[in-house]
Every structure is written in C-alpha cells, then in structure tokens.
Design a protein around this ligand. Structure first.
Ligand code: FAD
Length: 481
C-alpha cells in the first residue's frame, strides 16, 4: 500500500482494499524528490507532511496486532522507489488511491508501466472524492460547467453506501513487518534538507488526530458557519482544508458529519458547508474533464486579454505579494497568507480580484504565488478559485463585476479587527478611516502616528480608474474566439 495524499489509516479505501484482498500488506510512503527538490527549504507543507507521516507510522503500529509493523519511508524519486520496493518485497500488487492532477496521473502511468514490467499489478482506488471527475454527468452525458445543477445532481446521486467508512481494523492482521534489510528510520526534516517548522505549522495540528480535533471543534459551531464564514476576524470556517489536501481526514467522514449535523438542527450552517465540499468536487471535475484550465482560461476568448506587463506591473505585483498595496484589507490578507500559509476564503476572493481587476495582472501569476504559499494548495480548487475571480472560468463571477476593496473591507471587517491584526502600522486609526487611510483626516493620521507613504503606503492604484481600464480590457475580447 503506497500512501500519497491520503495520510491516514481510518477510512482509507486503498488500505482497506489491500488489507481485505491480500494476506500480507506492507505500507510505504515516499518523500518524492521530484516534488520536494524544487521547494524552498522553509516550505511549511513539508513540515506538516513530515509530522503527519510520523503520526501515520504511529497509528499503523497501534493498529497492527503484529509486532514490528511500521511504515517504510523513503526520500527518493517516487517512481523508482516504488518499483524498487515492489521488487525487493516480492509483492504481487501495489495499491494506492487515485490522484486527479495531470502530473500525478502521468506519474501513475509511468509507475504502472514500471510495475507491469516486473509483473506487479497497480490498483488505484477512488478515495479523495465522493464522486470521481467523470461520474457526475448531465442528461446529455456531458460534464457540468455550472455549479448549482452539478450540486443538485451530486446530492441526488449520493447514497449511504457512498459514505460507508472503509475500515482498516477488521483486517489489520494482514499488515506485515518489512524484512530487516529494508528497515530504515524515517528521515528527519533536516536530513531531507528542510528547516524545522515555524510556530504556525505546529498550530496546524498534523495527522489524523489533528484533523479529528479540528472537526470536533468545528462541529460545535457548524450551525453558525453560514452567518460567520465571510468575516475574516471571526472563527467561522472549519480550517480543515490542509487536512483534506493531505488526506489526514476522509471526505466521506466530513460529508456524513455535515449530513448528521443538518439532521440534528444545525440547519443552513451544515447545508452551506456541505455545498462547499461539493464545490471542491466541482473543481476536481473541471480539472479532470477540462485539463486545459491548468494554464488556459476555461473560456478561450479570455486567453486574448492583454494583461499589464513590464517594470511597473512587476513592481505592482511585488507590492501585492508583500501586502504593501495601500489597501488595508488586501494587505492584511496577503500578510496572513505570507505569515501563516492560510488565507480566509473571503480574502482569497478580495486579493485575487484586486490583482486581476485593479492591477490588471494575469491571474496565472497570482495563482502561482498562492500555489507556493498556501498550506492547502490544491491545483483544482486554486485554479477554479482564480478563474472564478478573474471571470475567465466556468460559472465565474461576471466579468463586469469588480470588487471594490474598500466596500469589501467595510462590509466584512467593519471594525477593522482583522486589519489591525495584520497591518499593525495603522492599528491606531479609527474605524472610520482604517479601510481607506488616504481618506483619513490629517488629525486622525497624526493621532495614529501614521505618515502615509512612509509608515504605510499610499494606494498603488486608484480603484475607479482601474475599474474603467478593466472593463475596457475585458470588453475588447468579448465574443472573439
Ligand atoms: P471551509 O469554509 O470550512 O470549507 C470546507 C472545505 O470545503 C474546504 O476545506 C475546501 O476543501 C472546500 N471548499 C470551500 N470552499 C471552496 C471553494 N470555493 N472551492 C473548492 N473547495 C472549497 N481551496 C483549497 O483547498 N486549496 C486551494 O488552493 C484554494 N485556492 C483558492 C484560491 C482562490 C483564489 C479562491 C477564491 C479560493 C480557493 N480555495 C482553495 C477555496 C477556499 O478558499 C478554501 O478551500 C477555504 O478557504 C479553506 O478553508 P476552510 O477549510 O476553513 O474552509
């Protein structure tokens, strides 16, 4: 059994199937150098994965009645490492869970062919999603490109059987200890060339225990999800995305928990949250069925947009990355991302929209920046979110709708609590001017000890003028193929 983005024993389809079908099952994980080598040495996600792998090893040892069982861990190129292990262990088959990202699919095809030349079968199972990208189709047999009908079809198809937990405990006796020649300690982060995690990562609570703790905490407040989820200063969302990303909790368990909460009176909070889980599957479907979205607009006409480029655009992009645009809510969001690796959903929308529709910069640059920084980075959701904000995607925000960063700030952070947390240099401004410090009375600026352009930037772009430029930019390509 080869673990990848499914770092748990509990309710893991490939593990369940391997244990059920095979007399002896070795368990393995590879820190894939093809993925890790290009990453910065401080990457928070590697710390999270490492801690989750240690937890998985502990959980597997506790699950097995046989002494000596442990997770075989390698730091190597996954394709070669899996084929080598399969050969050395003399196995008949390798089990894993499906991954839908194009690069992962290509890797799996190469692994399949390497294993096949050794006479070893490769079994992939659906686990990351309730319904795989090709399972929900319109009556004409096509993939959906609008969310609501997709969600309705998804809910109509859902049965109890789809959510049945795939337990490991019943067949845990099949777990086998690797032979002594293959026993090696799990490499430390330092041995793999990475720095130990910063404080924020420790607060991420790795492994299945961390995910369970997060879920328990969220279920205690799921009834308020709908009311609170748009306010970044409040504890509204579940903070489970990093766990879904690395599979320390199963999607089936979360859908079942949302349904149970809805039944027991958590009402719109639980049903809205369930919709968010369906959005996740919607974007898996889009990526799986329309892989051109990886580097092209879903709607081809928008590939013709002329984006801002050159030194001025580069400087604006840098200011956006650093949280130095002069728009406090945008800056607070980007600093949250840089400091913690998490970014509240409302602020993902506000910051992405600002980059594309205020600064006129290609959404793909922003998408790549998020990809490098988000702990929960997931190609399907990130690409879908960016194309939604840029109005280039399916079922996206209409092209002429342009978030006003000041109005968003007044609406979703009315008392400036979130801004004050991440933009301390303007924390002393009163609520009336914290959303747009350039409009503050000189007396307020003086009282708060803020010199615009020195302590905190003046806005790098004027919203109204940017809005006009964006409307023209989009109008120029509308209807052209
Ligand atoms: P909750 O509100 O508790 O939602 C629960 C789960 O539902 C999330 O963990 C996630 O798996 C799923 N979900 C919620 N909203 C969405 C959505 N709009 N699209 C797809 N799935 C969703 N989500 C990622 O997991 N990885 C990303 O790389 C990512 N990039 C994004 C980029 C942009 C520009 C935007 C607008 C959204 C992006 N999202 C991404 C979606 C969403 O912002 C995050 O899933 C959410 O903020 C994670 O926090 P949470 O777990 O507390 O969310």
């Amino acid at each position: 059994m080869w673990f990848r983005r499914d770092l748990r024993c509990n309710d893991n389809t490939a593990l369940h199937q391997a244990l059920r079908q095979c007399e002896r099952v070795y368990v393995a994980f590879v820190f894939d150098r093809a993925i890790l080598d290009p990453l910065p040495r401080q990457d928070r996600r590697v710390g999270f994965i490492h801690a989750s792998v240690l937890a998985l090893d502990r959980d597997l040892r506790a699950l097995s009645p046989t002494p000596g069982v442990n997770l075989i861990v390698r730091h190597a190129h996954a394709e070669g490492a899996i084929a080598d292990l399969a050969f050395q262990l003399g196995v008949d088959a390798v089990f894993a869970n499906e991954d839908y990202e194009p690069e992962a699919c290509a890797r799996d095809e190469r692994v399949r062919s390497a294993l096949s030349s050794l006479g070893v079968a490769f079994h992939l199972h659906k686990d990351q999603v309730v319904f795989a990208p090709n399972e929900i189709r319109t009556q004409q047999g096509k993939p959906y490109s609008v969310f609501t009908p997709f969600k309705n079809a998804w809910l109509a198809r859902l049965t109890e059987e789809d959510l049945e937990p795939r337990t490991a405990a019943d067949h845990a006796a099949s777990l086998a200890a690797p032979p002594p020649a293959l026993q090696r300690p799990i490499p430390s982060l330092a041995e793999m060339g990475f720095e130990p995690p910063a404080d924020e990562v420790q607060r991420l609570l790795p492994g299945s225990d961390g995910a369970t703790q997060r879920l328990r905490d969220f279920l205690g407040r799921i009834d308020r999800y709908d009311a609170l989820r748009d306010y970044p200063a409040l504890k509204g969302p579940s903070y489970l995305s990093v766990h879904l990303r690395f599979g320390t909790i199963s999607i089936r368990e979360l859908v079942a928990a949302a349904q149970a909460a809805a039944r027991t009176g958590a009402g719109t909070g639980a049903t809205t949250w369930l919709s968010e889980l369906v959005w996740r599957e919607f974007y898996f479907q889009i990526l799986g069925m329309y892989p051109h979205v990886v580097d092209h607009s879903f709607k081809p006409e928008y590939d013709r947009i002329t984006w801002e480029t050159g030194a001025e655009a580069d400087a604006a992009f840098d200011a956006w990355c650093q949280g130095q645009t002069g728009y406090p809510l945008v800056d607070a969001g980007m600093r949250q991302l840089n400091q913690t690796g998490y970014l509240h959903n409302r602020l993902r929308m506000v910051t992405a929209s600002f980059l594309v529709k205020n600064l006129g910069i290609d959404w793909r640059r922003g998408e790549r920046y998020f990809a490098a920084r988000l702990n929960d980075y997931d190609l399907a959701a990130n690409n879908g979110g960016w194309q939604w904000c840029a109005s280039t995607g399916c079922d996206a925000q209409p092209w002429f709708r342009i978030f006003n960063p000041v109005t968003q700030s007044e609406r979703f952070d009315p008392e400036g609590r979130f801004i004050r947390r991440y933009v301390p240099e303007i924390a002393q401004l009163p609520n009336t001017s914290i959303h747009a410090p350039w409009k503050a009375k000189p007396v307020d600026l003086a009282a708060a000890d803020v010199r615009l352009g020195i302590d905190y930037p003046a806005p790098i772009v004027a919203h109204e003028a940017a809005r006009e430029r964006t409307l023209a930019r989009y109008a120029a390509v509308r209807g052209r193929q």
